[in-house]
Design a protein around this ligand. Structure first.
Ligand code: FE2
Length: 305
């Protein structure tokens, strides 16, 4: 049995006053406004620590679907790197970037994400990876019955736009990855920050969805089974996506530090168990109690057990 723990949207916050001050006077105001707009959603440091400690011993591999930092500030990157480094002492970690990790064009082009998290992005099929500013994507890790395929949908955007884009070159590379014999004989576990399935109007998708989600779904056509994991929506959700060859499980994790009365939103992590033959044996969540002291097992909203 291969066990994957999935966390997302850590939103590690800068705690230095100087950075907060400088942020108020530059374009990162967008992110600041975003944080205020979401003030009903409180990120608790102690919840994040509890989740990171729990995933360290709960899985064979930890996957993180983006928005690791809150405003892509250097202190946030350093803090997040140190927290994830602690997890990686116990269990292998794979990450993808979210819109909050990229933000402004300089953050993207100066390769902050690749600089801090490059250790978590060493591909077994480097010849199929593109040299993108956030790192080598698609990044493929062949582990037992699974092929973990990490994608980058984080791109710099104008103020108040949080949408993601995979882009045709990365989708072409993904098609080659999914056709590789070492991937074909395993169960694919695809990681992306933005939602692959989005029933909202196009205008909403262009504002904060995955702009090329339809092309992404078409690229998944050869998958007979598998998992497509994402974040961004700050809620645990499940849907089944029919492909030409079968069906894949499309699942989001909530924010790993969120304090919220709704257990589908409150901090925790998802756990997926893959059998030795590649079958998906279970899809569940470990949700932190409101006290923040203990986890309990829960189904994921939308999934029939
Ligand atoms: Fe996001």
């Amino acid at each position: 049995m291969f066990r994957i723990a999935h966390i997302s949207d850590l939103h590690v916050l800068s705690r230095t006053n100087a950075e907060w001050r400088s942020m108020l006077f530059n374009k990162r105001m967008t992110g600041y406004a975003n944080t205020l707009l979401r003030r009903g959603r409180v990120h608790r440091r102690e919840f994040l620590i509890a989740v990171l400690q729990a995933v360290s011993t709960a899985a064979d591999h930890v996957v993180i679907t983006g928005d690791i930092t809150n405003l892509a500030l250097e202190s946030e990157y350093q803090d997040a790197r140190s927290l994830l480094g602690g997890v990686a002492e116990n269990v292998e970690v794979t990450v993808v970037p979210g819109n909050h990790d990229i933000y402004l064009p300089p953050i993207f082009h100066e390769r902050h994400f690749a600089h801090h998290f490059g250790d978590f992005l060493e591909s077994d099929l480097p010849e199929l990876a593109l040299d993108l500013p956030p790192g080598p994507f698609p990044c493929v890790k062949l582990r037992g019955p699974v092929a973990i395929v990490a994608l980058s949908s984080g791109v710099p955007r104008p103020p108040f736009v949080a949408a993601g884009l995979l882009g045709d070159p990365q989708l072409d590379a993904l098609a080659k990855v999914l056709a590789h014999p070492e991937v074909v004989r395993r169960t694919a576990v695809v990681l992306v920050h933005h939602p692959p399935v989005d029933g909202r109007r196009r205008i909403a998708q262009l504002r904060d969805g995955l702009v090329d989600a339809a092309a992404f779904r078409r690229t998944l056509a050869p998958l007979r089974r598998g998992l497509v994991l994402f974040g961004h929506v700050h809620k645990r959700t499940y849907s089944a996506l029919a492909t030409a060859a079968g069906s894949v499980n499309v699942i989001s994790a909530s924010g790993a530090a969120l304090d919220h009365p709704n257990p589908s939103v409150r901090a925790g992590f998802n756990v997926y168990e893959i059998g030795g033959d590649g079958s998906v044996e279970s899809i569940r969540a470990q949700v932190l109690d409101a006290s923040g002291l203990a986890f309990h097992d829960e189904a994921i909203a939308g999934r029939m057990e």
